[in-house]
Design a protein around this ligand. Structure first.
Ligand code: DX5
Ligand code: ZN
Length: 217
């Protein structure tokens, strides 16, 4: 069964409590929390303050996806806010290995995200150190975009790298995941499905989450 991680970016920010209540009673495994700085990506979302509130609202894993430049400046703030996993972008880290070590030294799980144009091989010297790889299946910055099909062979390639390196990293797919394309994504080797619009724009979010959860590989 895939891990299902609804992205709160698509939630109703005028009534987050209702959306948290919904996720808490759903079969969703993680809260996927998208932090955007208006520099690394063209959009601005939220920072550690809101993550503190999500932390209080749920016992589920808080999966924090940092789409920010120089994320090393904010690792402590996001840990203190309650992140269980911190994912940084390879493209945003000059010293990616050091940044990964800093996350792990704080006692939380480290993830690395790759933009659609970034080769999987970028991770070959860090793959054993990390718990999660977030493959972007859209260009980061906005919810509700179309899945980029070239992500599918990239999943296969990443799976091979993970197996050959004896790494325990999970493969997370982020962007444009729908009930239609999720079976192919899971079949290719994905472990974690992020879903923003597919969950929050659904007429029946609980049933949609349950369907994502039941996708077999
Ligand atoms: C995009 C974010 C995603 C986004 C996914 O930059 O990283 O997590 O919220 O939203 P959907 O599932 O609507 O593409
Ligand atoms: Zn994300």
């Amino acid at each position: 069964m895939p891990i299902v991680a609804p992205s709160l970016l698509s939630a109703n920010f005028l009534n987050l409590q209702a959306d948290c209540d919904l996720l808490n009673k759903s079969e969703a495994d993680w809260y996927h929390l998208d932090v955007m700085d208006g520099n690394f990506v063209p959009n601005i979302s939220f920072g550690p303050m809101l993550i503190q509130f999500f932390r209080k609202a749920t016992a589920k894993t808080c999966d924090v996806h940092l789409m920010i430049e120089k994320p090393e400046r904010y690792l402590t703030a996001f840990k203190e806010a309650g992140a269980d996993i911190i994912t940084v972008h390879a493209e945003a880290c000059i010293h990616l290995h050091r940044t990964v070590q800093q996350i792990k030294e704080m006692g939380i799980k480290a993830g690395v995200a790759l933009n659609p144009h970034t080769p999987v091989a970028t991770l070959s010297n860090v793959i054993k150190e990390i718990e999660l790889v977030c493959l972007m299946s859209v260009n980061p910055g906005f919810g509700g975009q179309q899945f980029i099909p070239s992500t599918l062979p990239k999943i296969t390639e990443l799976k091979k790298l993970i197996t050959e390196s004896d790494s325990s990293a999970l493969i997370e797919i982020d962007g444009g995941v729908t009930l239609d394309n999720a079976p192919a994504i899971v079949k290719a080797g994905a472990d974690v499905l992020v879903a923003g619009n597919t969950v929050f724009k659904s007429k029946e979010p609980l049933a949609t989450i349950a369907s994502l959860k039941r996708i077999a590989s």
